[in-house]
Design a protein around this ligand. Sequence first.
Ligand code: NAD
Length: 363
Amino acid sequence: MIIGIAKEIKNNENRVALPPSGVFDLVSQGHQVHVETQAGAGSAIPDEEYAEAGATIVPDASSVWAADMVMKVKEPLPEEYRYFRKDLLLFTYLHLAANKPLTEALVKSGVNAIAYENVQPADHSLPLLAPMSEIAGRMASQIGANYLERVNGGKGILLSGVPGVRRGNVVVIGGGVVGANAASIAIGLGANVTILDVSVPRLKELDVMFGNSIQTMLSNRYNIQEALKTADLVVGAVLIPGHKAPTLVTKEMVKGMPDHSVIVDVAIDQGGIFETVDKVTTHDDPTYVKEGVVHYAVANMPGAVPQTATYALSNSTLAYASLLANHPLDEVLKNNLALRRGVNTFSGHLTLEAVAKDLEMPH
Ligand code: NAD
């Protein structure tokens, strides 16, 4: 099979779907890998390194999209829709529940699209979302701490405090992979950390993981409202797989937060959990102020740390890419539950029920 590795074109998206080690593996298995020139530049991987690993360097997007399977990091942007075609296999993050135009373009063109974030084995884990969630969660506390500085628009609070002066309060809504990683860094920075989740079993796990370093609370409207009143930094980290994120924090709740507090809505890629987060921001212009609170809503946070994220992503995607490359698609989807669950569009049909429901589209 010919596998195409496209250059990412989203704002400040510096990751690439596979590093040379992944190319080497696929070529060793008898495939041809076409890498778009400069695809690895943002991750400090020159074309020559790909060529040494066995890749063919192709000059432009249209050449790379001619492959049998295209691997990307972020969802295709409108200028890439022209490359969609029947029988193309697309393996990337998609987040369709928050993107009707892309869903329609994939269905209309007949692309078979498997979304990393929906690949789910029998244990219901999300192995291809987890590595980026680990990164985005860790970044959320680091970024939040930065924006809490007065010079960056925040309250002017050091999360650790100092002897005799209070620590900062970090509230994490959603205690999954993003939430636990955000908590771990916030604890490391010396903050008071509260995690809210709807799952009591998950709260128990978090209690075992972090002991007395965190406060856990059941996530409901009342508890969220109470926790936000004293929050300096709030991290949105909720996921209901396949669905648009629920709005859990209302405009009134944000109004109730002290001025110059900071919100980092990591769940923005699924639409976000704050009513006041009504636009996705970019690494070029990552924040805006609403109701006196600094909002950060970048949907591709790991794109800022490509020399970590490229490798973390491919550590998890490569085994699945090999399966897709080594077997006919029908067979691999029949035999592999995780990949079957990841199919979002197939032969002109929207196959993921959650997306169809959220976008009010047939499936
Ligand atoms: P996860 O499945 O590991 O965790 C989600 C958690 O949310 C679960 O523990 C679940 O119980 C909890 N939850 C569900 N409903 C809730 C509610 N009403 N209140 C509180 N908690 C609730 O998911 P994850 O991997 O941590 O991902 C979280 C979000 O972050 C996803 O939308 C993911 O796509 C996104 N993400 C964004 C970026 C970015 O760059 N912005 C990067 C990686 C991941």
